[in-house]
Design a protein around this ligand. Structure first.
Ligand code: GDP
Ligand code: GDP
Length: 435
């Protein structure tokens, strides 16, 4: 499970600065879901080989009332879901009543918390930091987020404090493809999960193991094992109303990370909205195989269907490789066919690729269309080998590989995809200079 680290603190203490530094802001996912009034940012960081999911909570000042209180509530949800909380304070401001209120709230949650005294540049730490010990949070980490000072020791500590990875009991049983069903609230995830499990040829195993709120359901279909990662948590849910409140991006991103294949459920009536695109982006970033299910197709008039299809074509250009299904989870139409795409995507994502084969494709690609010259020297790409599965990673060795332009990387990716007949999975190309 991807560990979750929440950044908490008053506005302006440096949470975003720290977040951007740790995630290199490349894959920040800004979430602005219905029912989540305050923007929270999610991003992946890597520390000493450990992947972490970072959540920037947007800031609580501790004394909110009315709508602000509801927003603070959202931050509290992020705290609930976190494994470790980084509580940031501003060394220049000294201890404020708002800091004390936040500390009070954190105490009632008894979450592992590290106190981060940011902006220590230009203050005398001996004097400036002393008041923060009053918070009783324990060890204090002085940082300068803008320059990265102190950040490394802080993060090393975070990694040390991470909970032991749960013994993979579930994983032992789950020998089949792990399928995550994800999507915005109300698109029909629970209905689809029920439908998938309710099929005649499906045998569902006893009580699913649970991790956080996602439910892992082991089952067999036509004697093939699968594990469904149900982010809607229908087996746990007492009533429909709970869904929206229980919808959690953390849970969704963890399910994506843990899955082999992600089925992204979209409400066809609403079409692809930005939030669907954000989710899709995070599936690609995680390198997971993807199948898109346009649900509630039953409710659409013919001209609306044409419109939705045209819109899809336009917006899904960057995930051309993913199969799209038009389904009705409610009536069961098209649901069985999802498996064909799931199987194909899984196959592609986990194919064994030989060095020989990859190198031949590379050589062919290069002969068809040479890499450009850099400072009068042609970039040389010599051989390729597999560097991982799910997603397939293709490692290419050569000279000046750091100079390969983006358009040429895209060309290579396309060529490999075609030559290897890869469906439904992103492909990652990496370069190494030298042999
Ligand atoms: P957030 O509201 O908690 O996310 O705070 P931001 O990350 O947006 O930072 C607020 C301001 O403080 C920005 O102008 C930052 O450049 C500045 N800042 C953040 N970290 C540091 C630091 O370590 N030292 C100094 N001097 N300024 C900082
Ligand atoms: P979730 O929040 O994504 O789990 O969504 P639910 O499965 O709870 O579905 C939300 C609403 O959409 C419910 O009222 C469902 O009955 C309805 N719904 C789900 N699938 C379909 C479908 O294929 N067609 C139609 N017309 N309604 C659907």
């Amino acid at each position: 499970m991807l560990p979750v680290i929440a950044l908490v603190g008053r506005p302006n203490v440096g949470k975003s600065t720290l977040f951007n530094r740790l995630t290199k802001s490349r894959d920040a996912l800004v979430a602005n879901y219905a029912g989540l009034t305050r923007d929270r940012k999610y991003g992946e960081a890597e520390v000493d080989g450990h992947k972490l999911l970072l959540v920037d909570t947007g800031g609580i000042s501790g004394g909110e009332e009315g709508i602000d209180a509801a927003m603070a509530q959202q931050s509290m949800q992020a705290i609930e879901e976190a494994d470790i909380v980084l509580f940031l304070v501003d060394s220049r401001d000294g201890l404020t009543p708002a800091d004390q209120m936040i500390a009070e709230r954190l105490r009632t949650r008894s979450k592992p918390t590290l106190l981060v005294a940011n902006k220590v540049d230009g203050v005398n730490p001996d004097i400036a930091l002393a008041p923060f010990y009053e918070l009783g949070i324990g060890e204090l980490f002085p940082t300068t987020a803008t320059h990265g000072r102190g950040v490394r020791s802080l993060m090393q500590r975070v990694v040390e404090d991470l909970p032991e990875p749960a013994v993979e009991e579930e994983a032992e049983e789950a020998t089949g493809i792990k399928i995550a069903i994800v999507g915005r609230p109300n698109v029909g995830k629970s209905t689809l999960v029920n439908r998938l499990l309710g099929e005649d040829r499906v045998v569902v195993y006893d009580q699913p193991g649970t991790t956080r709120d996602s439910v892992y359901i082991n089952y067999e279909r036509d004697e093939k094992p699968y594990t469904l990662i149900d982010t809607a948590g229908i087996r746990r849910r007492k009533n429909i109303k709970e869904t929206v409140e229980k919808f959690s991006i953390v849970k969704t991103l963890q399910a994506v990370e843990d899955a082999n294949v992600v089925v992204l459920v979209v409400d066809a009536g609403e079409g692809l909205v930005d939030q669907d695109m954000h989710l899709m982006g995070s599936v690609i970033q995680a390198g997971r195989a993807l199948v898109v299910a346009l649900n509630k197709w039953d409710g659409l008039e013919a001209d609306h269907r044409d419109y939705v299809k045209a819109e899809l074509e336009r917006r899904l250009r960057f995930v051309e490789f993913a199969d799209v299904h038009f389904i009705s989870a409610l009536h069961g139409t098209g649901v069985g066919h999802l498996y064909e795409s799931i199987e194909a995507a899984y196959q592609s994502a986990t194919d064994k690729l030989s060095t020989n084969h990859l190198t031949r494709i590379l050589q062919w690609a290069v002969s068809e269309h040479q890499p450009p010259l850099v400072h009068g020297h042609r970039i040389k790409l010599r051989y390729a080998h597999a560097g991982g599965q799910n997603p397939p990673v293709i490692v290419i060795h050569g000279n000046q590989t750091e100079q390969v332009p983006a358009h040429y990387v895209r060309y290579l990716e396309k060529t490999f995809r075609k030559a290897l007949d890869l469906h439904g999975t992103p492909v990652k190309i990496e370069f190494r200079t030298g042999s």
